[in-house]
Design a protein. Sequence first.
Length: 152
Amino acid sequence: MRMRVLEISVGAFVLAGILALVGLALNVSGLSMSTSDNTYTVYARFENIGGLAPRAKVTMSGVTIGKVTSIELDTEQLVAKVSMEINGDVDFLSIDSSAAILTAGLLGEQYIGVTVGAEEEYLSNGGFIEDTQSALVLEELIGKFLFNEASE
């Protein structure tokens, strides 16, 4: 009987460890179990998105306010069109807000940082952020630096 209690407790401990690892993996990957219906979609066009990917964070002042839902090529303007799902409680993004692709940490995770403008008219579902700043691509910066050094 004593051996059976020990085996059951070890099994419960292993199961709790597996559940903790699954929860950690979901948290790190940006996936969530809950679906939020209180969101609206905003679009932005970028010349270069670098390594930005769907499910990347959309932040304002370091606080996550949404996520990137899709990235596609705008065939009319020949730039990347990024679709962002913004939380419904963030209903104060003015029409002159700006969006920049930023890099976090040493691993280079890219996300979108939004800065609110001064207009009194707000973005609604399907609105566009016109003022954008593309991603800094390290290879382009190195190439420009080397080209400038070679021309001198």
